[in-house]
Every structure is written in C-alpha cells, then in structure tokens.
Design a protein around this ligand. Structure first.
Ligand code: FAD
Length: 492
C-alpha cells in the first residue's frame, strides 16, 4: 500500500488524511500538539470550553463530502445548527445591523440605514454571485501548478475585474459609510485588508448566502473530533505530540520525515499542513530551495496577527448575538495601522463570539462563554512585547465591551486568558505569528500562492491556509481536494 505522511492536524491536514485514506493509502498524520485542530483547537479553563479559532462554518457540503468518502453521513456524527443572525454588525455610533436570513430581510435592514442603497445591494450580490461562479465553483478545487493553469484562468479574472479590491467593489455599489464597512469585511476572515485584497474574495458574500452560516453542536471542536474519529474508524494513524524537524529528500524527492525525537518515518509522499513559509525555511534542506529562498519569502506580504481573549462569566448575556462585530471609530485608517504601519492603535474593531446563542450547551449552567478577537499587526510588522502589552490590551478590550455591549462585565468574569501572535509563531509555527499565513492579495493568489504540489521537491504537497485556494475553513478543506485531484492525475 502506498504510504503517505501528513504533517499537521488542522482542518486542511485532517481533510487531506481522509482523502488520501479514501484513495487507499496507508496514512499517518503527525501533529505537534497533543490534540488536533491547529487553529481550531479547543481550550478549556475552569469548567469553560472555548473554540480557539474558527466559529463560522460555511459551505457545509465540504464536510459532508469527507464523510461520504467512506459511505457515512456527517449528520449521524456532527449536527450543524443554523446561526441567526449570521452576524450582528455594530457601528461606532451604536447602530446595529443584523445580517443574514433572506435577501428581503437584508434589504429591510439596509432600508433602516440607507434606503437608497437597496438597489446597490442587489447589484453587489449579483457581482458576488458572478465571482463565486468562477472563483469558487470553477477554480477553488483546481490545481494552479503551472503557468498554463493561470493563463487559462486569466480571461475570467480580467472579466471579473480581479484587479479591483473588495473595498472598491463594495464602494461602487453602496454609499452609506456603515454599510460599506459591513459588506467589505470578508477579506478579514481570510487574513486580508479589504482595501488591498482582490475583489475575487467578495465571493464569500455569495457563498454565505448560498449555503448559510452554521455552528456545530458542541462547538467547532465537535467537528474536529468528528473528523478525527472518522479518520480513526477508517485506519488513519495519528502521532500527536510529535513535531516534525525535517522533511527528508533524496534527489529532490520527498522520502519521509524526521521527528524532533530523531525517529525517521519513510513514505512515498508527504503532505504538509504546516505554514508553507516555515516549511521552506525550516523543514527543507537549503540545497533544494531554488524558488522559495529566504529572500523571496521575505518579500511576501503576510496576514495580520490576532489577539484573542477568551472569557467566561457568572451570568448569561442573552442579548449578545452569536457573531457580533463591533466597529471602532476608524475603519480604513485602522486597517492601515495594522497592515501598513505596524502600529497597535488605541482604538480597535472587535469580533465577539457567544456560542451559547446557538448552542446553550456551550456554557456552564447560569454562566456564559465568549471570545473576543482583535486583529493586530503581525510580529514582523511590529515588534510588540506581547508579554508586557497583552494584559493591558486585554483590560482595554474588556472595558470597551463593558461600555458597548456587556454592562458590568468585569464584575462577572470567572475566567479570562488570551493568545497573542507569539502563540501563533511559537505554538502553531506560523511565520511572523500570522493568523492566516500570507495575505490573499491578487499577486499571492492562485498560481502566485504556494503551490499545492511543491515546485522544489517531488512527492511533496501542501494543504492549508498558505496554499491555494487560501485560508478559512472552505479554503483549507478545498485544498485537500486539490491534492486529491493532483494525485489522481498523476496515477492516471
Ligand atoms: C481566531 C481565528 C478565528 C477564525 N475564524 C474563522 C471562522 O470563523 N471561519 C473560518 O472559515 N475560518 C476562520 N479562521 C481561519 C481558519 O481557522 C484557518 O484558516 C484554518 O483553520 C487553518 O487550517 P489549516 O489547515 O491551514 O491548519 P492549521 O489550523 O494552521 O493547522 C496546522 C497544524 O500543523 C501543526 N504543525 C505545524 N508545524 C508542525 C510540525 N513541524 N510538526 C508537526 N505539526 C506541525 C500545527 O500544530 C497545527 O496543528 C479563523 C482563524 C483564527 C486563527
């Protein structure tokens, strides 16, 4: 049986392990943590359980497909609960906008803000649908391994004006400043600045509209567990708590891995779910690196870092929606601070997660559990000493939440702890502690992104946020499909 090794147990690695197993490979997945999930690990403190990362589940069919590979039904193992509203957006003036449901409901919300933007919203949705048809349906699970693949896609990218940014597209259609913010945030979900990211990523808007927004009962961790259990039922082996130190190569061909313990594992192929810039810099011998030299890796634009504060309260906050986005007083300027100036600003925009709004079981009885996320500069763009700054920043965020949406919050805290870009660098081994690998700008998308089949070493493949089609759960799960497609073509 053909042996495959998978490095990393994030969603991309789990999806790849499943797809390779379904192809009949003998699969072992090596994960440096004692638990699976990567950015989607589960963190527990004082009776509270927190999803560390992804909370918005879209394109649920991508998970259904993984179970179907083995003749199983996802619904028998993991229940997806509909989220309503999909997001609550609150502008700096305190006006809130519930986004989700039907188009008519969204139009009614728009009418409360700016009736004249209703027509523009319809046009924006139509544009998003066109981008989705090409960007998701035609290109997301296709390899961009050669320049020919890119040339084939170019006419569509030009026709769809992929050179425009998300903000430019949204601003063409909407006039109200708050609505412009609300409908341009999608790039932030995949690590990009709406003012720099190709409008192609506006397809996310239609993707949410087409399949809705979901939350697994028991949290995103229940979905991770569902995939691990599925893999174990079908013979994938897991090596948790083992860090890969090196990808072994002979004649520019991957032959296996060496773990930090010194143990060597042999295989016919290696699929890497770790951050590609870290892999090229640290896991591969310098002699095989012709394209992805340190110099070239340094020239890339990296996504922002994340400051995530997890907290539990001794009382519920039933008025807080599942996904609340609290915009600060500045939008474009604030994003400039994060992405261009490397400056930790005094103000912030926050994403607040309250899973018990959808699944009451996500908080202990009589309590509530949350996380709040603030995008911040990555560690290359700003030399912030997070050990010093973190606690102060956490306190500022709590004060802001208390003032804006959660009265008396600090009196009701039972537990609170935070993760900073340092955790992403040292724990998840992402280059510069980014939350989402490299940015999703046009010159780092499709063929320009890290290829799903390494250009440097044969039998080496990439899945996950840094490779095509990109970050976010739909992207990283699709990347495993791309690798499966490549392997099928190779063996045809
Ligand atoms: C706070 C946060 C919130 C998010 N919210 C959403 C959301 O709501 N919806 C959404 O769709 N997306 C969201 N995202 C994005 C999404 O979570 C990620 O894009 C996705 O989970 C990344 O998956 P991945 O497969 O790239 O791997 P990762 O999750 O990065 O996993 C890679 C794994 O590789 C392991 N690893 C690395 N190096 C080695 C090594 N040398 N040896 C062994 N193991 C190694 C790491 O420990 C890690 O477990 C969010 C991300 C974050 C951080």
């Amino acid at each position: 049986m053909s042996r495959s090794l998978v490095v990393g147990g994030g969603f991309g690695g789990l999806a790849a392990a499943l797809r390779l197993r379904a192809l009949g490979h003998d699969v072992t997945l090596v994960e440096r943590h004692g638990d699976p999930g990567g950015r989607a690990r589960v963190l527990s403190r004082e009776g509270f359980v927190f999803d560390a990362g992804p909370t918005v589940v879209t394109a649920p069919f991508l998970f259904d497909e993984l179970f179907a590979l083995f003749g199983e039904s996802r619904a028998d193992h993991v229940e997806f609960l509909p989220v309503s509203p999909w997001y609550r957006m609150v502008d700096a003036g305190g006006r809130s906008f519930d986004y989700g449901g039907t188009v008519a409901e969204t139009l009614a919300e728009i009418a409360r803000f700016a009736p004249e933007d209703q027509e523009g919203y319809r046009a924006l949705l139509a544009a998003s649908k066109r981008l989705f048809k090409t960007g998701f349906e035609e290109l997301a699970d296709q390899p961009f391994g050669s320049i020919k693949d890119m040339i084939r896609a170019l006419p569509a990218l030009i026709r769809l004006r992929g050179d425009r940014t998300v903000a430019q597209l949204v601003n063409r259609h909407l006039k109200d400043p708050s609505l412009r913010m609300f409908f341009s945030i999608q790039p932030l979900l995949v690590g990009g600045n709406p003012f720099d990211t190709s409008s192609l990523y506006s397809l996310i808007h239609y993707l949410e509209r087409k399949w809705g927004v979901w939350y697994p009962r028991g949290g995103t961790g229940a979905l991770v567990k569902g995939l691990v259990d599925l893999a174990q039922r079908h013979g994938v082996r897991f090596r948790f708590g083992e860090t890969v130190a090196r990808i072994n190569c002979r004649d520019r061909r991957a032959t296996g891995l060496t773990l930090e313990s010194g143990e060597a594992l042999q295989a016919e192929r290696v699929v890497v779910n770790a951050d590609p810039p870290t892999v090229y810099r640290r896991l591969l011998p310098d002699v095989v690196r012709r394209k992805w030299t340190d110099k070239r890796l340094d020239r890339l634009k990296y996504s922002m870092g994340l400051f995530v504060l997890y907290f539990g309260t001794d009382q519920p906050y039933p008025d807080v929606a599942h996904h609340t986005i609290l915009f600060g007083p500045r939008y474009r300027e604030h994003l400039e601070d994060i992405f261009h100036k490397g400056c930790l600003a005094d103000d912030f925009s926050l994403y607040l997660h309250r899973p018990s709004a959808t699944d009451p079981g996500m908080a202990p009885v009589g309590c509530d559990a949350f996380y709040v996320l603030s995008p911040v500069p990555n560690l290359r763009d700003a030399a912030i000493d997070w050990d010093q700054v973190g606690p102060v920043y956490a306190e500022k965020i709590l004060a802001s939440l208390e003032e804006r949406v959660m009265p008396g919050l600090r009196r009701h805290l039972k537990t609170a702890f935070h993760l900073t870009p340092t955790y992403f660098r040292d724990g998840l081994l992402t280059t510069h502690g980014t939350g989402f690998s490299i940015q999703p700008i046009l010159t780092q998308s499709a063929w320009f992104r890290f290829h799903n089949r390494s250009e440097e070493v044969d039998n080496l493949y990439f899945v996950g946020a840094g490779t095509h089609p990109g970050a976010g759960l739909p992207g990283v799960v699709c990347s495993a499909k791309v690798v499966e497609n490549l392997l099928r073509k190779e063996s045809a």
